[in-house]
Design a protein around this ligand. Structure first.
Ligand SMILES: *Cc1c(COP(=O)(O)O)cnc(C)c1O
Length: 373
């Protein structure tokens, strides 16, 4: 841990390597690994994370949008990048940056074919997304013939992979549904294999899929949250290491008399003599109002201090009564204790939302071995 003198999100690249190695250990050595680095690599820093993972030998990256992929290319990333949800208005930029689109509907397929033709492309790599039950994006099982027909007599694009996405891979109560998705995907793959030579490679599993359904790893897996240290399960979280640690310092300490109030709308009322500390981060940094009013705690010198009153835009107040600390001392918002998952759960949300919501105002600092220095 570095010592800090402001609010920082500390990104631990050694933890990232540990998580990558752990997830790889669940796979056959030949299974390819796609690292999902969308949304600033789950709120951390996409280029730095991708550079580290590229050095570790990751096979593919995925982002949600073209702009995110362009940032990686501009940052020197050479590994193939799958764009999960490209918009036709960005197809030109996608091709210029050598990004690979997920094509998920007849409209998107036709529009991409047109753009590839306009750009005089030959065998441009694309990935076909099938919907097997999430009902979000994707072609249907019975669209295979349609897709193949679109390609007859043309060579602008080449289907390098087919994939689908599980709806409830973290929830073993939904195993019957998930196994149904796996079967549907297998049937689609068998149909595609009959029509295309060479057959495209196949991928289905996200992080919880790797944990719970590793027998269905096909040719590649796509992992996001696991790389960042969370596995949607306590016993998996225990094997992973959080990559992001949000830390700050105490700006000011106040001694509060009984029946005084703290913060906007006087939401906190003291029940006795209390000591409070004001911290320089708030909802504009990604700590939403749902974390206020005593539901959530942060750590001051290893002791729990609840967030009291309403979360402000740029500040929160915590109760440090009985904790030996001073102005300028360090406070851990989340990291190892509490973890982002534990912190998020106090407001009925999940680590994914908390991590990706840490705003760009918070400075990112890096610890551990980087490949670029
Ligand atoms: C975000 C995403 C993933 C990564 O999921 P995790 O649960 O974070 O591992 C994988 N595949 C698709 C299609 C996604 O959108």
């Amino acid at each position: 841990m570095l010592k800090t003198n402001e609010t920082v999100l500390e990104i631990d690249l050694d933890a990232l390597e540990h998580n990558y190695t752990y997830l790889k250990s669940k796979l056959r050595p030949t299974t390819k690994f796609l690292a999902v680095v969308k949304a600033f690599a789950y709120g951390s820093d996409a280029t730095k994370i991708a550079r580290k993972l590229e050095g570790l030998g990751v096979d593919y990256f995925a982002v949600a949008y073209v702009k995110e992929g362009a940032v990686l290319r501009d940052g020197g990333i050479k590994t193939p990048i799958l764009v999960l949800h490209p918009q036709p208005s960005n197809f030109d930029a996608l091709i210029q940056k050598g990004l690979e689109p997920s094509l998920y509907s007849p409209k998107i397929l036709r529009e991409f074919l047109e753009m590839a033709k306009k750009n005089k492309q030959k065998d441009y790599p694309v990935h076909i997304k099938f919907n097997t039950g999430l009902n979000r994006l994707g072609f249907w099982e019975n669209d295979v013939d349609y897709i193949i027909e679109q390609l007859v007599g043309r060579n602008e694009i080449k289907i390098v992979s087919i994939f689908s996405h599980l709806a409830a891979s973290e929830d073993l109560k939904e195993a019957t549904f998930t196994n149904g998705q796996i079967n549907t995907f297998q049937k689609i793959a068998a149909q595609v294999d009959k029509k295309l030579d060479p057959a495209p490679f196949r991928h289905l599993l996200n992080t919880s899929g790797i944990i719970n359904y590793s027998e269905s790893q096909f040719d590649m897996v796509r992992s996001g949250i696991g790389l960042y240290g969370y596995g949607n399960e306590k016993n998996i979280d225990a094997r992973l290491r959080p990559v992001a640690r949000l830390k700050t310092i105490i700006s000011q300490i106040h001694k509060i008399e009984p029946n005084e109030t703290v913060g906007y709308n006087r939401a906190y009322v003291s029940d006795g003599y209390r000591v409070t500390a004001t911290l320089p981060l708030g909802h504009a940094d990604g700590i939403g109002r749902q974390y206020g009013n005593g539901n959530t705690y942060v750590m001051v010198h290893g002791k729990k201090a609840p967030i009291i009153g309403n979360v402000c835009m740029d500040m929160i107040m915590i109760d440090i009564t009985g904790i030996d600390c001073r102005e300028g001392d360090e406070v851990v918002i989340f990291g190892e204790d509490p973890t982002a998952e534990e912190f998020a759960s106090t407001a009925n949300t999940i680590s994914y939302e908390l991590l990706t919501g840490i705003s760009q105002r918070v400075k990112r600092v890096f610890v551990g071995d980087c490949f670029d220095n």
